[in-house]
Design a protein around this ligand. Structure first.
Ligand SMILES: [Zn+2]
Length: 220
């Protein structure tokens, strides 16, 4: 059962088409497996539609139309939100909205880049290098303890397989860890399965989330 959810603010932004591609990807992936957050998004979407219907006229000039269209094109589709099981057993339980960005292979992490200590990573190309949030898949071996550390900006981590725990509790498949400048913690990956997760973060070089110390150490 999912214990850690996305905040209503980001679900509202997503429903309004105001999240970046990376944020949209993590929201779409989470609501594939989380009916609670999916219902909230649907409620926000209905509310938005109702507001539009009730407005007498909408003044749309060329620049606001461009802005609306770019937001729509940035919005990751959730048409297949209920489709979580691939026919390929290797990719079982990977949300289809995320699966389509990952490379093929005989196992999930085949064709991912190799780091030290058995860590693997894969940068997801959403074709939007001008946006300030990025998405990266990360595979951490079982029982890996990370240094005690804090954060300088928001980072979202969605557990895809396995999990990790820290002072705030344990994070299993479907859970989202939301880290910001207020959080200081010491995460450790699941002792049996390790952790495969999707990390969405701000900025270009510095990782500050639960898995940030490993990423910074790898200089990747
Ligand atoms: Zn949720």
């Amino acid at each position: 059962m999912i214990k850690h959810h996305l905040h209503p603010e980001i679900l509202l932004s997503y429903a309004a088409g105001n999240t970046s591609s990376s944020e949209s990807l993590i929201v779409a992936s989470h609501i594939t497996v989380c009916s609670k957050c999916r219902r909230e998004v649907e409620t926000f979407e209905k509310l938005g539609g109702k507001l539009l219907e009730e407005s007498d006229s909408v003044d749309v000039n060329a620049s606001s139309l461009d802005s609306i269209m770019s937001k729509i094109s940035d919005h990751v589709s959730v048409d297949n939100a209920s489709d979580v099981v691939s026919t390929n057993a290797v990719f079982k339980n990977i949300p289809s909205v995320l699966r389509k960005y990952l490379p093929d292979g005989s196992n999930l992490t085949e064709n991912w880049s190799k780091g030290i200590g058995g860590i693997k990573y894969f940068d997801i190309d959403l074709g939007n290098s001008n946006q300030n949030t990025r998405a990266r898949m990360l595979s951490i071996p079982p029982g890996k303890k990370l240094p005690h550390h804090g954060h300088e900006s928001q980072e979202l981590t969605l557990v895809i397989q396995g999990g990790f725990s820290d002072e705030n509790g344990s994070y299993d498949v479907g859970d989202v860890a939301i880290e910001d400048e207020k959080n200081i913690h010491t995460p450790i990956s699941d002792s049996k399965e390790g952790c495969i997760c999707l990390v969405v973060y701000e900025g270009n070089l510095k990782f500050k989330g639960p898995l940030g110390p490993i990423l910074n150490f790898l200089k990747i």
